[in-house]
Design a protein around this ligand. Sequence first.
Ligand SMILES: [Zn+2]
Length: 305
Amino acid sequence: MPRTLLAVHAHPDDESSKGAGTMARYADEGVRTVIVTCTGGEAGEILNPAMDRPGVLERMPELRRQELAKALEVLGVSAHHWLGYRDSGMADSDANGHPDAFANAALDEATGRLVAIIRKERPQVVLTYDERGGYPHPDHIRTHEVSVAAFDAAADPDRYPEAGPPFQPLKLYYHATFTRRRLEAIHVGALARGIETPFAKWLEEWDAEGEPDPVVTTQVDVARWLGRRRDALIAHATQIDPNSFWFAIPDEVVAEIYPWEDYTLARTLVPTGDHETDLFAGLDPEGSGEPPGGAPVDPEGQPLA
Ligand SMILES: [Zn+2]
């Protein structure tokens, strides 16, 4: 069975701002990469001034699909699935009243849709957001809830029997992308190199809000994939201003200072070390999905027949 990595995201563009370097790297290394997008991003605003032109807002659902398709191509993603909900907008937004809004979705029904995808794709590793959503948007919180529920339900033959044969993913991770630790490291590192950074004010505000950083258990080195990450993000032309602070520090400088994408290992069914550099750590080399340790292994690492 091929190694498969499945990431669940709330909106088109989230796959490019959270873990994009990781997806590109694993794709290049021969892992099947799968992205699930829970909503179509219909309620999104135009966040790039260059795209704020007549007619663009009216075509938003179509444009966001096109942008996503381009980003998936940049990242070399093997398969993509829509969960089929509508974007909810921020808390208190009118969009939340829509009957198909993801924030209103029945948890059981949404979980069943994701269970069907997991049983079809059979990923050993699942990526999603933490309980805070990584960002306080109702769709992100719901993405967390549905992913955690589906991770367990996918293996349970009594749940969603119509959704395919049971399958148990082995590891569940949360993105820990936007940490104060990372932002500060890049800020300090850039200043030390004589590069101006726009992050001083952001860091101050971060301290005032007092959100603690998530625990980082796993760091994937994506230094060589930062260009792909940037291109994927820029593919979301209605959402990302290429002149914004996201791109203030050149990739080659980021690669020197903080080449990692960070994760929190939330669940694992295989033994693994304290600090991982590979999302598949602890799985057997063939990625069969079976936990290692069944057959005795000799010191050279060859299974003993
Ligand atoms: Zn989002």
